[in-house]
Structures are given as structure tokens and as C-alpha cells.
Write a protein that binds this ligand. Structure first.
Ligand SMILES: NC(=O)c1ccc[n+]([C@@H]2O[C@H](COP(=O)([O-])OP(=O)(O)OC[C@H]3O[C@@H](n4cnc5c(N)ncnc54)[C@H](OP(=O)(O)O)[C@@H]3O)[C@@H](O)[C@H]2O)c1
Length: 292
């Protein structure tokens, strides 16, 4: 049995990681923001020295992408400084650090999936703050895995899929962009993969996203269809939806790792899992219906 510490445990991903850890025989200590502020270096060290974990999975982050544009220093204090605190305390205590990062570290102009070693070039304050965290973890030279994911949806947090479900319940028609492509990733799948990664020994950067790729338009259409809602989805462009932070047009992550690559199920499976968990879609009943 290993000892696992989870920071940011009440966030959307943190809840999934905590649930996945509960399915293992690990001894888990899950700390939310109120119990452990990762920007407090002394508190981070104390938590690690008291619990003496074998690994720490960090799900704590500043995740307000648009808000970070006007508050880059505050976002960097969490995503850069907080990650640095975790990295140095983990390295000093021989604790493996599994840290979650993002597709936003890339510039989004590629046409082929981004691999772990591809050059980074964030276009937003949030992306720069997350890259600062990656750099701090690499510099601490401990045992670490930086796991970049993208387009997360899951229970207990605000996410695109749930927003679409809400809007589709309120409106006859919604407009969704077709010109941003990525890999939707269910926290149920990623959470279990992060717990497995905590028990692994490979060091470095990993890409971990749902299999396949699609646009936000396709994800919205599939969500509405699976949920059996009647709302029409009309295509639109990013240009018609100006936002404070720039969004990567192409957020497809691939992996150049061999046997130690993190491979998650296809995003359709993740979407069905999320809707089933929410009681909206029963995949077994639907499969039986399709077979008639
Ligand atoms: N959502 C996505 O699409 C996506 C995509 C790629 C990567 N990621 C990464 O995945 C990770 C988890 O994201 P998420 O979607 O689960 O976000 P989330 O739901 O916003 O969770 C983030 C959690 O971090 C906590 N937190 C914020 N500042 C903290 C601090 N100083 N100390 C301790 N906890 C703090 C928040 O608590 P409060 O709410 O109380 O502040 C919240 O519980 C992040 O690293 C994010 O960058 C997310």
C-alpha cells in the first residue's frame, strides 16, 4: 500500500482523482484549497512532512483562463509559485509529484498532434502561468510527471458539456464554434490515469487526453444527441465570440512515448460515462435500443 496526497481535491479533476484513489488500496489524504493553500510554502512542507506520502497528485490551480489576462501575477503565484512549492518540498522528501498541466502551453497553430517534446509557446496569461509551473517542477529535479491534458469535463465543476446541457434545456438553438479542435477528456478517465501515474516511475512530460478529436461544435452536437434534447446546433467561428484570452485553434495532443504513454479511452466513451454518471444517459439501455 502506498500513501497518496492530493491537493486541490475539491476541484472538478480533484474530485475524480480522489474518487479513483478510493478505488485502490492506497492510503489517501485529500486536501482542498481551505486545508492546503499551495502558495503557502511552509504549509506545503508541513503537509508533506506530516503525512509522508509516496506521491502527491496536484489538482490545485488557477483555472480562470479569461480572468488570468487581467491578473497574470495572481494566476502565476498559484500555477507557477504553487507548483514550485510542491516541487521543492516533494524533491526534498523524495515524494513523486504528479502535476496536471495543459494544452494552453502550446500556441495552437499546429496541424499535427502536439507531442511532449514539441516547442511550447503559450498565447495567454493562463498558458504562461502553467508553463511557469512546468519549468519550476523540471528545475527542482525530483521524481515528477507533468501530465498535460485538455478539454476536461466531469462531475462537480463547470465545464463545456454541462454548459451545453443547460443551454440546450433553455433554448431552441445555440451557436458553437467549429474552428477550434481538441480532445475532450472525461475526468473519470483522467483521474484513474493520474492515480496509476503516481505509482509509476517514469519521469518527464506526458500527454493524456481522450482518444480521437473533434471541434466544440461536434462535442456540443454529440452531447445534445446523447441527452436526447431537441436543441439545434448552428456552426459559428471563434471570431464571432471574442474572449479576453486567446484560445488555441488546434489543441490535439499526441504522444511520442512508447510503452509508458498514457492512453485514455475515446472521447465518445468519456462523454457517455459523464452523462451516465449524471443520470442523463444510460449507455446500456441505449445500446440495447440500437440493437433492435
Ligand atoms: N478544465 C480544463 O479543461 C483543463 C484542461 C487542461 C488542464 N487542466 C488542468 O487541470 C487541473 C484541474 O483543473 P479543474 O478543471 O479541476 O479546475 P477547478 O475545478 O477550477 O479546480 C481547481 C481547484 O484548485 C483550487 N485552488 C485554487 N487555488 C488554490 C491554491 N492556491 N491552493 C490550493 N488549491 C487551490 C480551487 O479551489 P477554489 O475553487 O476554492 O479556489 C479548485 O478546487 C488544473 O491544473 C488545470 O490547469 C484543466
Amino acid at each position: 500500500m502506498a500513501k497518496l496526497l492530493i491537493s486541490g481535491s475539491q476541484g472538478m479533476l480533484g474530485q475524480a482523482v480522489t474518487a479513483a484513489a478510493g478505488q485502490t488500496d492506497n492510503q489517501t489524504l485529500a486536501l482542498d484549497h481551505g486545508e492546503l493553500d499551495i502558495t503557502d510554502a511552509a504549509a506545503v512542507t508541513a503537509a508533506i512532512e506530516q503525512f509522508e506520502p509516496d506521491a502527491l497528485i496536484n489538482c490545485a490551480a488557477w483555472t480562470d483562463v479569461d480572468g488570468a489576462e487581467a491578473a497574470e501575477e495572481a494566476a502565476t503565484a498559484v500555477n507557477g509559485g504553487g507548483a514550485a512549492n510542491l516541487a521543492s518540498a516533494c524533491a526534498a522528501n523524495a515524494v513523486r509529484l504528479v502535476h496536471v498541466s495543459t494544452d494552453y502551453v502550446f500556441d495552437g497553430t499546429a496541424t499535427e498532434p502536439y507531442l511532449e517534446s514539441d516547442p511550447v509557446g503559450p498565447k495567454s496569461a493562463y498558458g504562461r502561468s502553467k508553463l511557469a509551473g512546468e519549468r519550476a517542477i523540471e528545475a527542482a529535479s525530483g521524481d515528477y510527471a507533468i501530465v498535460r491534458s485538455a478539454w476536461l469535463f466531469g462531475a462537480g465543476g463547470s465545464n463545456f458539456v454541462d454548459t451545453i446541457l443547460r443551454l440546450a434545456g433553455e433554448r431552441d438553438q445555440i451557436e458553437v464554434v467549429t474552428d477550434q479542435v481538441g480532445c475532450p477528456t472525461w475526468t473519470g478517465h483522467l483521474g484513474a490515469a493520474l492515480v496509476a501515474c503516481a505509482a509509476a516511475s517514469e519521469v518527464g512530460v506526458f500527454h493524456a487526453v481522450g482518444g480521437g478529436r473533434c471541434s466544440w461544435f461536434e462535442l456540443a452536437s454529440e452531447t445534445i444527441s446523447l441527452a436526447g434534447l431537441g436543441c439545434r446546433v448552428e456552426p459559428t467561428t471563434t471570431e464571432s465570440f471574442p474572449r479576453p484570452a486567446s484560445r488555441p485553434a488546434f489543441s490535439v495532443l499526441g504522444s511520442e512515448r512508447g510503452g509508458d504513454a498514457i492512453s485514455l479511452p475515446d472521447w465518445h466513451e468519456g462523454l457517455a460515462g459523464h452523462l451516465a454518471e449524471a443520470g442523463i444517459f444510460n449507455s446500456a439501455a441505449s445500446a440495447a435500443q440500437g440493437a433492435k
